[in-house]
Write a protein that binds this ligand. Structure first.
Ligand code: PEP
Ligand code: MN
Length: 264
């Protein structure tokens, strides 16, 4: 995998003049919510719209996602706005449904990356796909486990790969929801310079007032992009309410971010 330059061609092909941006709600809640957010993001820097429809919750009893019906809403949002769609998949059934609904980007969540059986099942279901597949870091700070998941996908013939750094669980009380441990992602970046590295400031921070700083830190470290949870009514979001920003706030964050020049 070390020198496979194909891994970043999907990103280069987007020809962006700014870092890659993926934006959208933590969870799809209703068709109206999905459409409203997608329309507001149409004229933003976002290249992809994200929404979780199968939500891995730490404890039972919470909102576990709207399920497959959400794929229809995403299809409609894509048809109306032109924004390509990204969803989390955690098993072969999710993959099959996402492919049937022509989802453009599939990502593996932090609670799935920890499980090689689950990752292998997803890799087998995706075999040779030309979709973009992004791998979030595992919840625990284990670089080999993160790389192993990418290798399983690579071995399954998937060429358009990338990784998402969303921070790591800790028992310590810190200002972060998930501590970044930046050095881990930097080690990955150094070992696999052709693997696009995307930061998820939303899950690292856990609070919207830290999104700007965490995003800036990632860009200062030469990350390729950001995935930022964006909701029309963050306070009343059905999941991750404290960390989501409005589409307008997202646009302001993007305006204020300083992007490193090639010559820096
Ligand atoms: C999410 O992206 O909403 C999510 C569940 O993230 P993670 O897998 O990073 O916890
Ligand atoms: Mn979330």
């Amino acid at each position: 995998m070390e020198n496979d330059i194909l891994m970043r061609t999907w990103l280069d092909d987007l020809n962006l003049s700014h870092p890659l941006l993926i934006a959208g709600p933590c969870s799809a809640e209703t068709e109206e919510q999905v459409l409203k957010i997608a329309h507001e993001l149409k004229d933003s820097d976002a290249s992809f719209f994200r929404a979780g429809i199968w939500k891995p919750r730490t404890r039972p009893g919470g909102f576990e996602g709207v399920g497959a019906i959400g794929l229809k809403w995403l299809q409609r949002a894509k048809a109306e706005t032109g924004l390509p769609m990204a969803v989390e998949v955690a098993n072969a059934n999710h993959v099959q449904l996402a492919l049937e609904h022509d989802i453009d980007v599939l990502w593996i969540g932090a609670r799935t990356t920890v499980n090689p059986f689950a990752v292998q099942e997803i890799a087998d279901a995706l075999q040779n796909t030309d979709k973009i597949v992004l791998v979030k870091n595992p919840v625990n700070p284990d670089l080999a486990l993160w790389i192993g998941a990418v290798e399983r996908l690579h071995n399954a013939g998937i060429k358009k790969l990338g990784v998402i750094h969303r921070g790591f669980s800790t028992y310590e009380k810190t200002k972060y929801r998930n501590i970044p441990e930046w050095q881990l992602a930097i080690e990955l970046q150094n070992r696999f310079p052709d693997l696009p590295l995307i930061c998820d400031p939303s899950h690292i921070a856990g609070k919207r007032d830290m999104i700007q700083d965490v995003s800036q830190k990632a860009l200062d470290l030469n990350y390729d992009g950001l995935i930022i949870e964006t909701h029309i009514d963050p306070d009343n979001a059905w999941s991750d309410a404290a960390q989501q920003v409005t589409p307008n706030a997202l646009k302001q964050i993007c305006k204020d971010l300083k992007v490193r020049k090639e010559t820096d």
